[in-house]
Design a protein around this ligand. Structure first.
Ligand code: ATR
Length: 275
């Protein structure tokens, strides 16, 4: 079987490591290769891939939206998110999916199942591509409220407008979020704040954090971000968002092969590489 990851740049991608581990767990012969495509040749390279054929591919920054016109069909979740990270090839037809948000939520739920109740309130920091996937996935789960905090509140409002359902939804500023922090059961950082090399930066002040709140960070370089260290010092529980990468990959692998991966040993091997 032949799979690819399309994106630019791809230098440090962990996806080949993850998918090789999945292939050997599934006892399947195959390869997962990086296809770094410069923006100038994107259309040409994608057309060539269509001619060449493959069993499926992942697509990452900056092409999760650019791939849409090349697809024969987009599943409803990816359509609502407006971006695709996984393409399944079926009878030469390309079908787009988005497993990012579902991957993140699967990890959060594994560690903190009690967060998913009719009373739970989530605060999501950031309203970019990563936030979009996570907010849509949260909206499909049981919870009471999803609040999105962003420097530009209009962007948070626009993201929430794309959701349907009966949950309480609101876009707010960082100032407001900091003042009301103890209202939330879970705070999720989806911004790149705190990522190497600016590791001392922290997206939000945790001054008013409750010990009962779970703080999660999708930044995993460094593994122990300043935000997570601060939350831990204040006695709150923390969630390392790096597992999102493994779970989204496992969901893509399931779509391609039908095989359900046991992610825990792969996460352990991944962590040994990270820490
Ligand atoms: P990604 O695909 O990783 O989500 P993105 O779509 O460019 O990347 O979105 C980045 C998000 O991080 C945005 O919500 C951005 O906030 P703005 O919309 O206000 O720009 C947020 N972000 C980036 N740098 C930030 C910073 N220094 N402080 C707070 N938020 C930041």
């Amino acid at each position: 079987m032949q799979f690819y990851l399309l994106g630019y740049p791809l230098g440090h991608s962990m996806s080949p490591f993850l998918h090789q581990a999945f292939l050997s767990q599934a006892k399947l012969e195959g390869h997962y290769e990086l296809k770094e495509i410069s923006p100038k040749t994107f259309s040409e390279e994608v057309t060539r891939l269509k001619e060449m054929g493959c069993d499926g591919f992942n697509i990452t920054i900056p092409y999760k939206v650019d791939i849409l016109p090349f697809l024969d069909r987009v599943d409803s979740e990816a359509e609502a998110i407006g971006a695709v990270n996984t393409v399944v090839v079926e009878d030469d037809k390309w079908i787009g999916y988005n497993t990012d948000g579902r991957g993140y939520v699967t990890s959060l739920k594994y560690h903190f199942p009690a967060l998913f109740t009719t009373k739970s309130r989530f605060l999501v920091l950031g309203a970019g591509g990563a936030s979009r996937g996570i907010v849509h996935a949260l909206n499909n789960e049981i919870c009471d409220a999803i609040t999105v905090c962003n420097r530009t509140v209009e962007k948070a409002d626009a993201l929430l407008e794309s959701l349907s359902g009966s949950k309480q939804l609101a876009g707010i500023s960082y100032e407001e979020a900091e003042k009301t922090l103890d209202m939330y059961d879970c705070i999720i950082n989806t911004t790149s704040v705190g990522m190497e090399p600016h590791t001392r930066n922290q997206a939000i002040s945790l001054k008013h954090l409750s010990k009962d709140t779970v703080v999660s960070d999708i930044v995993y370089k460094p593994f122990h971000t300043t935000l997570l260290q601060d939350a831990k010092k204040r006695g709150a529980q923390i969630h390392h968002g790096h597992e999102m990468l493994v779970y989204q990959a496992a969901l893509a692998f399931k779509l391609w092969t039908g095989f359900t991966v046991d992610v825990r040993p792969v996460i352990q091997a991944f962590e040994e590489k990270l820490i």
